[in-house]
Design a protein around this ligand. Structure first.
Ligand SMILES: Cc1cc2nc3c(=O)[nH]c(=O)nc-3n(C[C@H](O)[C@H](O)[C@H](O)COP(=O)(O)OP(=O)(O)OC[C@H]3O[C@@H](n4cnc5c(N)ncnc54)[C@H](O)[C@@H]3O)c2cc1C
Length: 321
């Protein structure tokens, strides 16, 4: 029996969460006496995939030609289902990303597998199989039991510590069956985001809200992000007003991110905003109102005018090596 892990990459580079989900699978495999099989699809090198051997992977399967040039959900679903069955999979793990959110429910139906999304930690118990997940926009946790023999988990960012366990991994190049690789839809156009640092991959994110007061006041946000080699983000009203592009909007209706460090500047901390950032390892809030809800979830809080605090903060950071 095996734990199958689907890893995502961006133009051939493993995504930040890949190591986390592989390490999660490996820690779980040790407890459940199972092996971990990682699946990488598309244009990614063997060298890049084999870096995952450091995390206790028994086998790496690379499928260079899934049957669709870019990620097509139906093709990927059939491919992963095929590999899950071929490898006698018991559990399939993927990221709770845009891709994971599209694939996990489809795979759940195809494999008749119980699915828990937004998983936050290693299972509480294996028999019964009980996992902890975020509910109510990250305001609470729930424990869910999966009753089926085949199971699927989609993991939130920072759900698990990355622990190295170097092993020799077997390698397999896989070609899907004709039935699996036949696309039923064609992607006609792809528009790539031009940002220097991709928001969902950034370790540090500097985010501004309506408290920044206007689009012409964004220089300190950009300056701090650039100084820390981070990405910029914003609250929904900011992008709705056209102060910032929509791809920067984080929250319930925007992107979900889980950076190591998140700066919330002039952001009140509404539940819909928190839904997209509560997976951050450390949150720093800068807000003029000491009663702002953002301080309830912030690890560090600075009460003050963002336009006074940020320049002073930037000056201090630029003095650091
Ligand atoms: C269905 C639904 C979905 C939603 N989805 C999202 C979502 O995905 N993401 C999202 O962000 N929101 C979302 N919202 C909106 C959400 O409810 C809040 O309205 C929004 O997050 C508030 O944005 P804000 O914090 O930038 O602005 P405000 O609530 O106006 O807060 C501005 C903050 O700035 C502070 N401030 C003011 N001046 C200064 C200053 N000079 N220096 C420092 N601080 C200052 C204020 O004290 C205040 O706390 C959604 C709402 C609904 C109903």
């Amino acid at each position: 029996m095996s734990i199958i892990v689907f890893i995502e990459h961006l133009e051939g580079k493993l995504k930040k969460q890949s190591r986390e989900i592989v390490s999660y699978a490996s820690q779980l495999a040790e407890k459940a006496s199972q092996k971990v099989v990682v699946v990488g699809v598309g244009d990614i090198s063997r060298e890049e995939l084999e870096t995952l051997s450091r995390f206790g992977v028994s086998k790496i399967i690379h499928c260079p030609n899934p049957g669709a040039d870019i990620l097509e959900n139906q093709v990927y679903t059939r491919l992963l289902a095929e590999i899950f069955e071929k490898e006698s999979g018991e559990l399939l793990i993927l990221a709770n990303s845009f891709t994971g959110k599209a694939l996990a429910p489809r795979l759940s139906v195809r494999l008749k597998a119980g699915l828990v999304t937004g998983v936050e930690a290693l299972p509480k118990s294996l028999d019964p199989f009980v996992v902890k997940k975020k509910v109510f926009n990250g305001k609470a946790y729930a424990y869910e039991e999966i009753l089926t023999s085949s199971k699927i988990l989609s993991l939130n960012g920072n759900a698990c510590e990355v622990i190295e366990k170097p092993v020799e991994s077997a390698w397999e190049e896989y070609s899907p069956s004709d039935a699996a690789s036949a696309p039923k839809a064609e992607v006609l156009d792809v528009n790539k985001i031009a940002a220097e640092n991709l928001l969902t991959e950034a370790s540090i994110v500097v985010s501004g809200g309506r408290g920044m007061k206007g689009p012409d006041k964004w220089k300190p946000i950009e300056e701090l992000a650039s100084l820390l080699n981070g990405a910029t983000a914003c609250s929904k009203p900011v992008s709705d007003e056209g102060w910032r592009p929509h791809e920067e909007h984080v929250g319930q209706t925007g992107k979900t991110i889980a950076p190591d460090l998140y700066f919330a500047v002039g952001i009140s901390g509404a539940v819909q905003h928190i839904a997209g950032v509560s997976g951050s390892k450390t949150i720093v809030a800068i807000n003029a109102d000491k009663e702002a809800p953002i301080f309830e979830i912030a690890d560090y809080g600075i009460i003050g005018d963002a336009h006074e605090v940020l320049p002073a903060f930037i000056q201090s950071v630029s003095k650091l090596d």
